[in-house]
Design a protein around this ligand. Structure first.
Ligand code: UDP
Length: 409
């Protein structure tokens, strides 16, 4: 009999962690779970749900996933919320709040919540909590944003919804808020068996390099990200230009869009202008589900850069670390959970700092290799999807046994 896919993870993680996952799954088998977010493709949340939902179903937790619907205007409003929650100064008007409320109301009319647990991801669908009074489910709000320094008016508006939930999840205690509901902390994670992260043959990698006309004999610096100001793609080009003064290298800026991110087109335009006609800057607008390409580009990179100005977590960093790549990344948000300076990668605070560290890594391949190896083990221990599934299963048990001092397993 063919082995079920879940068993493949036993070869990658520690046996006791795998056994614990199976034990916990047994305890909550048959429960119904609903995940709701803002988009079915593009960005880290959709990336995680694409993998978590089938794996939960395989473990016997009946899991459904829906993305709310909204107009371009609505996603313009929620992108402004997103930026403001990350701490960027953003003007929020009464009309924007009305658009938010009306869209959440309209979505409610088409949805039902006959589940045991409902997990609502991020601010866009947070207003669905209005359905809680007619539902038997436990409601959880999962925040993927660095909410440590939010713009107060936006956080206070959102808090009005969040405090009605049974519990909340943040990516790290650094993002904890003053809330009257329990707060759980669960790191995001990647799936090592996904197309984006599986091992690739040299042939597969070379085919992608050829497709994008990249030259393997010269260093490749790569940033994979949506075209978003907070990912600082213009800063990436400035960084590359500083490195290029000393080293003949190539830059790959690869990204696609997300249906809940209306700013992408404008950012891409500015990036293309900044790239000008430098043949060694490869701005790649990738289609949805370009997982094999991203995997190959990350694996072929000499250095992976993540120059974000703000970052909830940064799955692209996890993906690069798992591929044992030397990573240079901004010391912001969840990136600092992953990149431990001088151990699993190099943290930077400026364009000049990023350029300096990239040059260091290109000139010192042995040091770069060591960072990559430690980075991979750090991800194995903390940021693989099996750990995240265990955390969720424990959360379900905690919600079912709220108020009990002892939970019998
Ligand atoms: N990603 C992708 N295609 C792109 C750009 C990004 O598949 O063109 C993926 C990327 O590999 C990662 C996720 O989208 O898995 C982005 O997650 P991250 O946490 O880095 O950033 P977010 O977009 O959620 O801010």
């Amino acid at each position: 009999m063919a082995k079920s896919k879940i068993e493949e993870y036993a070869k990658i993680i520690r046996p006791q962690n795998f056994d614990e996952l199976m034990l916990l799954a047994e305890k909550v088998r048959g429960r119904r779970l609903r995940m709701v977010n803002a988009t079915s493709v593009g960005g880290g949340v959709a990336e995680i749900l694409t993998r978590v939902v089938p794996l939960f179903n395989e473990l016997g937790i009946k899991t459904k996933w829906e993305a709310i619907k909204g107009s371009g205007e609505f996603f313009g409003v929620t992108k402004a919320f997103h930026n403001a929650l990350h701490g960027s100064k953003t003007d929020i008007t009464e009309q924007m709040l009305n658009i938010y409320n009306e869209t959440n109301k309209a979505n409610l009319a088409d949805m039902s919540f006959d589940d045991d647990v409902v997990i609502i991801h991020d601010p866009q669908p947070a207003g669905l909590i209005a359905a809680k009074e007619n539902s038997k489910a436990k409601w959880v709000w999962r925040c993927h944003i660095d909410t440590s320094h939010p713009q107060p008016d936006v956080w206070n508006f959102l808090k009005g919804f969040v405090e009605k939930y049974d519990a909340s999840i943040f990516s790290t205690p650094w993002f904890a808020k003053g809330l009257p509901i329990p707060q759980y902390f669960i790191y995001p994670a990647i799936d090592p068996l996904a197309e984006k992260n599986r091992e690739l043959s040299a042939h597969e990698i070379n085919a992608v390099l050829q497709k994008y006309k990249l030259d393997r004999s010269r260093p490749i610096i790569t940033q994979v990200s949506r075209f978003d100001y907070l990912k600082d793609p213009l800063g990436v080009i400035e960084t590359y230009k500083l490195v290029k003064k000393h080293i003949d290298c190539q830059l790959v800026l690869a990204g696609g869009g997300a249906s809940d991110d209306p700013e992408g087109g404008q950012v891409l335009k500015e990036v293309q202008e900044a790239a000008g006609n430098d043949k060694d800057i490869h701005v790649l607008l990738l289609p949805d589900f370009a997982d094999l390409e991203i995997n190959a580009l990350q694996r072929a990179s000499t250095v992976v850069l993540q120059k974000s100005l703000r970052e909830g977590f940064g799955l692209t960093v996890t993906e690069a670390l798992w591929k044992a790549k030397p990573v240079v990344a901004s010391a912001v948000g969840g990136i600092t959970l992953q990149v431990i300076h001088n151990f699993t990668g190099l943290l930077v605070h400026s364009i000049e700092g990023a350029a300096y560290q990239i040059r260091y890594l290109i000139n010192n391949p042995q040091a770069a290799k060591k960072l990559g190896e430690y980075g991979r083990e750090h991800v194995r221990e903390k940021f693989l999807i099996t750990r995240k599934l265990r955390n969720y299963l424990l959360l379900f048990l905690a919600l079912e046994n709220a108020g009990k001092d002892i939970i019998q397993l």
